[in-house]
Design a protein around this ligand. Structure first.
Ligand code: GSH
Length: 210
């Protein structure tokens, strides 16, 4: 399997999942131009990371890749399997992270895509921060009394949250102020697979002990 990724992006989650899975894989880190190259657009027409290529077949959309790996490698314990009681919770959180939290961050990173007013970027970013706070509150409330997002075990949903909640440490209301999310982030920041992914990316965990 080959993962196309970029340091610090949502594709960090798929990289962590591959490490947890323990199956052979390689990673190629793309820069912004590489994501828009004709060669890469044939694999992922959206020109974004992640893309996973398995036996020559490209799989796109982060949540789809995480489910694919969970099902392809059931012995790896990446999440509840079809038929397990918590499986629908895995669907719920992967879809929420991919379809709600992730888009809430886009105007923060790319305000120019959300307004044609060159002077309006700060306002767009502020709107993004309010939406991120709303989603973080939902997640933080869910995590009250829990260790992981889904059931009793660590899953790919936690890796997905790890990638996105890392982005929140620089916000005015930072990830560290969401007690339960921060605790999960601290837990994963000490995971050997997560540290290996950071080393491969040349990045370091954003969550630090208070
Ligand atoms: N819906 C896609 C979104 C992927 C996405 O937005 N990836 C970002 C990095 S976190 C990216 O590659 N952005 C480059 C761009 O938007 O041009 C997925 O979940 O895989």
């Amino acid at each position: 399997m080959k993962l196309y990724s970029a340091p610090g992006t949502c594709a960090t989650a798929m990289h962590i999942a591959l490490e947890w899975a323990g199956a052979p894989y390689e990673v190629e880190h793309l820069d912004f131009q590489g994501m828009k190259s004709p060669e890469y657009l044939k694999l992922n027409p959206a020109g974004v990371v992640p893309t996973l290529v398995d036996a020559g077949t490209p799989i796109v959309e982060g949540a789809a890749i995480l489910l694919y790996l969970t099902d392809k490698l059931p012995q790896a314990g990446l999440g509840p399997q079809p038929g397990d009681a918590d499986r629908q919770e895995l669907y719920r959180w992967l879809v929420f992270l991919s379809g709600t939290l992730h888009p809430y961050f886009w105007p923060h990173f790319m305000p120019m895509r959300f307004t044609t007013d060159e002077n309006g970027h700060d306002a767009v970013r502020e709107a993004s921060h309010q939406l991120v706070a709303k989603a973080f509150t939902i997640i933080d409330d869910h995590l009250e009394g829990r260790t992981w997002l889904v059931g009793e075990e660590r899953s790919v949903a936690d890796a997905f949250l790890y990638a996105m909640a890392s982005w929140g440490y620089g916000l005015a209301k930072p990830t560290g102020e969401y007690r339960n999310i921060h605790a999960l982030m601290m837990r994963l920041s000490n995971d050997p697979a997560v540290l290996k992914v950071h080393a491969a990316q040349g990045t370091s965990p954003k969550a630090v002990a208070a």
